[in-house]
Design a protein around this ligand. Structure first.
Ligand SMILES: Nc1ncnc2c1ncn2[C@@H]1O[C@H](COP(=O)(O)OP(=O)(O)OP(=O)(O)O)[C@@H](O)[C@H]1O
Length: 610
C-alpha cells in the first residue's frame, strides 16, 4: 500500500466525519469522545493495577488485613471504578453507534436527494454525473453503516494503543519506543497480508464461479447429451480439474505466505517483548522498577500486540472504502453547474389565472453539454395564446429537446425563450411550474396509491378527492378506482397486495396528473404511446377538451391527429423546415405532405386489403 493511498483514505475519513459533524455536532462529538475516554481508561486501569500490585507486594509479609486494606482501598476503588466505567462506556458506544449511523445516513441521503432535485436536468442526463449520483446514493444509503463502523473501530483501537504506549512511557520512554517499533512493523505486515487476502478472495470468487459453471454443465442433462455427441465431456472434466487445481494452488500459496508472515510478526514481537523484559529485570534488580510496573508493562505490550492483529481488518476496510467516501463528499461539495439556474435576482412572477401568455423562441440553439452536435439550430417559433400547435418530424429531429427547453428543464445554449416578453430564466420558477403541465412518452409510474398518482400533479396543494376523481374521468381511469380501497388502492407491485396496471393505464394516470393542473400551457410529448387505438382516440377527444382555455403543444407521430391542430411545425435535423395549417402544408406539398400521405396510404392499403 503506498503513502498516497493511505493519505487519501485518511483524507476521505476526515472529510466524511467533518460532514457528519456539521449535520449532528453533539452526537458526533459524543461518539468520538467515547473511544478517547476508553483509551484514557486503559491508563487509569493499568495505573490502579500497578499500584495495587505494589501495595500487596510491600505488605505480603504482614498478616494484618486492616493495614493492607488501608493502603490499598484508593487503588481498589480506582480499579473497580475503571472497570464499571468501561462497561458503561461500551454500552453507550453501542447506542451512539446505532444512533449516529442512522441519523448520519438519513441526513446524507436527504442531502443527496436534495442535490439530485436541484441539479439542472442537462447535468442529470450526463452519464458521468448520473453514475456519481448513483454511487453517492449507494454509499449514503447502505455502505455508510459499514464505513462508520470501521472508522469508529479504528479510532477506538488507536486510542487503546495510545493508552498502552502511555502506560509504558510512564514506566520508561525507552520501553514505549521498543513497543512502538514492534507494533508498527507487525501492524504493517498484518495490514499488507490482509489486503493480499482480500485480493486473493476476489480472484478465488472469480475462479469459483467458473468452476461452478463447469460443474453445472457436467450435471445438466441437455449439456451432457450435447457433450456426449461431440465427445467433449473429458475435455470439460479436465478443464474443471485445472480450474480447481489453480484455485487450490492460489490458496496454498496464500497459506504459505500467511504462515511466513505470521512467523516474521511473532519473531519481531518476541524480540520486542524479550528486549523489554531483559531491560525491566535489570532495572528491577537495580531497584529502579517495581513489580507492579513490570506486570502492567508486560500486559500493555501484550494488549498492543493483540491490537496490531485486530486493527488490520478495519484499517484495510477503511482503505478500500476511502474511494467511496471521497466520491460521496465530492458529490456533496459539488455546486450545481449553471444551466437552468435563474439569471435574475428579482424573478418575475406570472399571473395565476385569467391570462394566457405568449411564448416565443428567439434564435434558440441548443447542444447537450459535453457533446459537439447542435441539436436545435436558430429556432424561431411563436406559440400564440390559446393555440394548439403540433410538432412533427422524424426520429431524432429534436422534438423532445425543444419540449424540454420550452418547459424550462434545459436552458438554450444561445438565444432565448420568452413568456410575454420575459426570458424564461428570469421568471420565478414556482410560478413558471404552475403555469405549465406536461405528459411525456416516458411517463412516471408512482408505485404508491391512486390518490398520489394523480395528486402528485399538484403536490403543494391540498387536493380534494372530488378533484382527483374529475381528473381521472378526463383520462378515463375512473374504473380503476371502483375497488374497495377507492383512491387508497396501492398500485404497482412494490407493496404487498398492490395492483399492477397495464402500460396504458399507467399512462392514463399520468394524463390525469397533468389534467389536474389548471395550467396555461399544456405540453404533450407522445402522450398516447402506450395506448390501444380505442383509448387513444378517446384521449385525443379529451385533449381537445383540455385545449380549450390554454396553449397546447403536442408532439406526435400520428399525423392524423396533427391535422386538427391550429398550427403545425415540422422539424428536421434541429431546424424548422415548414410551418402552417394542415391545409397550407398539404398545398405546399413538402415534407409534411409527404409524411402525411405515407401514413394515410398505409391505412388506405390496409383498409382496401381487408
Ligand atoms: N441527454 C442527451 N445527451 C446527448 N444527446 C442527446 C440527449 N438526448 C437526446 N440527444 C440527442 O439529441 C437528438 C434529438 O433527440 P430528441 O429526443 O430531441 O429527438 P426527437 O425528435 O424527440 O426523437 P423521437 O421522435 O425519436 O422521440 C438525438 O440525436 C439524440 O441522440
Amino acid at each position: 500500500m503506498n503513502n498516497n493511498a493511505m493519505g487519501s483514505a485518511f483524507r476521505g475519513s476526515v472529510l466524511l466525519l467533518y460532514r457528519i459533524f456539521r449535520y449532528i455536532p453533539v452526537l458526533t462529538l459524543i461518539w468520538l469522545s467515547i473511544p478517547i475516554l476508553l483509551g484514557a481508561l486503559v491508563v487509569t486501569g493499568y495505573s490502579a493495577e500497578r499500584q495495587l500490585i505494589d501495595v500487596f507486594m510491600s505488605n505480603h509479609s504482614t498478616p494484618a488485613w486492616g493495614g493492607l486494606l488501608k493502603s490499598a482501598w484508593p487503588f481498589l476503588l480506582l480499579f473497580t471504578g475503571t472497570a464499571v466505567l468501561r462497561s458503561l462506556l461500551n454500552a453507550l458506544q453501542n447506542v451512539t453507534d446505532t444512533k449516529l449511523r442512522d441519523q448520519a445516513s438519513r441526513s446524507i441521503q436527504s442531502e443527496v436527494h436534495a442535490r439530485a432535485a436541484a441539479v439542472p436536468l442537462e447535468r442529470l442526463d450526463q452519464p458521468e454525473y448520473y453514475d456519481k449520483l448513483n454511487r453517492a446514493e449507494s454509499v449514503a444509503g447502505g455502505d455508510l453503516f459499514g464505513v462508520l463502523q470501521n472508522l469508529i473501530t479504528v479510532v477506538r483501537y488507536l486510542c487503546e494503543l495510545i493508552g498502552c504506549l502511555t502506560v509504558t512511557t510512564l514506566c520508561h520512554p525507552l520501553l514505549a519506543v521498543i513497543l512502538a517499533i514492534a507494533f508498527t512493523v507487525s501492524f504493517a505486515i498484518r495490514l499488507e497480508s490482509d489486503l493480499v487476502k482480500r485480493r486473493l478472495n476476489r480472484d478465488l470468487t472469480r475462479s469459483g464461479r467458473e468452476a461452478d459453471y463447469l460443474s453445472g454443465m457436467l450435471r445438466r442433462s441437455e449439456t451432457v447429451r450435447d457433450m456426449r455427441i461431440t465427445g467433449s465431456m473429458s475435455y470439460l472434466i479436465a478443464k474443471w480439474g485445472s480450474v480447481m487445481q489453480s484455485s487450490l494452488g492460489l490458496r496454498m500459496n496464500a497459506n504459505r505466505r500467511e504462515i511466513r508472515r505470521g512467523m516474521i510478526v511473532s519473531t519481531i514481537q518476541i524480540i520486542g517483548i524479550v528486549a523489554a523484559m531483559v531491560w525491566m529485570v535489570l532495572r528491577m534488580k537495580a531497584g529502579g522498577l517495581s513489580a507492579g510496573s513490570f506486570v502492567v508493562v508486560f500486559q500493555a505490550i501484550r494488549q498492543a500486540y493483540g491490537l496490531s492483529g485486530r486493527m488490520a481488518f478495519p484499517v484495510g476496510k477503511v482503505y478500500i472504502q476511502s474511494a467511496k467516501m471521497i466520491d460521496l463528499v465530492q458529490f456533496l461539495k459539488e455546486r450545481p453547474a449553471s444551466g437552468s439556474e435563474l439569471r435574475s435576482n428579482k424573478p418575475v412572477t406570472l399571473p395565476k389565472t385569467g391570462h394566457i401568455g405568449q411564448i416565443k423562441f428567439e434564435h434558440v440553439s441548443y447542444h447537450y453539454p459535453g457533446h459537439d452536435k447542435t441539436i436545435l439550430q436558430d429556432i424561431h417559433l411563436t406559440l400564440t395564446p390559446g393555440e394548439t400547435v403540433a410538432l412533427v418530424g422524424e426520429n431524432g429531429a429534436g422534438k423532445s429537446t425543444l419540449v424540454k427547453l420550452l418547459l424550462g428543464l434545459y436552458a438554450p445554449t444561445t438565444g432565448r425563450i420568452t413568456w410575454d416578453g420575459v426570458d424564461l430564466q428570469e421568471l420565478d420558477p414556482v410560478s413558471l411550474r404552475r403555469a405549465m403541465s406536461a405528459v411525456f412518452q416516458d411517463f412516471v409510474r408512482y408505485e404508491t396509491t391512486l390518490r398520489d398518482n394523480v395528486g402528485f400533479g399538484l403536490p403543494e396543494d391540498m387536493i380534494s378527492d372530488e378533484r382527483i376523481r374529475t381528473a381521472m374521468q378526463s383520462s378515463r381511469t375512473e374504473a380503476i378506482e371502483r375497488q374497495p380501497d377507492g383512491l387508497d388502492l396501492r398500485v404497482g407491485l412494490l407493496a404487498e397486495g398492490g395492483r399492477e396496471l397495464s402500460g396504458g393505464q399507467w399512462q392514463r394516470l399520468a394524463i390525469s396528473r397533468a389534467a389536474l393542473r389548471d395550467a396555461q400551457l399544456l405540453v404533450l410529448d407522445e402522450p398516447t404511446s402506450a395506448l390501444d387505438p380505442h383509448h387513444e382516440t378517446e384521449l385525443y377527444h379529451t385533449f381537445r377538451q383540455l385545449a380549450k382555455d390554454r396553449t397546447v403543444l403536442f408532439v406526435s407521430h400520428r399525423l392524423g391527429w396533427a391535422r386538427y391542430a391550429d398550427h403545425i411545425v415540422v422539424l428536421r435535423e434541429g431546424q424548422i423546415v415548414e410551418e402552417g395549417t394542415h391545409m397550407k402544408l398539404m398545398a405546399a406539398n413538402g415534407e409534411y405532405a409527404a409524411m402525411f400521405r405515407a401514413q394515410a396510404e398505409w391505412y388506405q392499403e390496409e383498409a382496401g386489403a381487408s
